[in-house]
Design a protein around this ligand. Structure first.
Ligand SMILES: [Zn+2]
Length: 95
């Protein structure tokens, strides 16, 4: 059990009933350098990261488990679009 005051990163809100369903895909290799710029708290099994690279951005979803992490990625978006969707994800309007 992790104390709440150890949580420095945001937690995603419960998905709203009519939330946008993001198109999660198998990750694929990209040539450009990708770096996470925001991420959700790792105290929950599912961790989301907003990643930017090559003038585009996407969200990486990692389901942490003892048997190995399962990773999916969203489609690529423009930086502005990705930041808007990231805000929707955190607030439960997208998942
Ligand atoms: Zn936490």
């Amino acid at each position: 059990m992790i104390a709440l005051d150890e949580c420095l990163s945001p937690h995603v809100a419960t998905a709203q009933r009519n939330h946008t369903r993001l198109d999660w895909r198998e990750p694929y290799r990209t040539l450009e350098r990708v770096r996470p710029v925001s991420w959700t708290c790792k105290c929950l099994a599912t961790v989301y990261e907003l990643c930017e690279g090559g003038g585009q951005a996407f969200i990486r979803k990692t389901i942490q488990s003892d048997g190995g992490h399962q990773i999916h990625e969203s489609p690529r978006w423009s930086l502005n679009e990705a930041r808007a969707i990231w805000a929707d994800l955190l607030s439960g309007r997208a998942r």
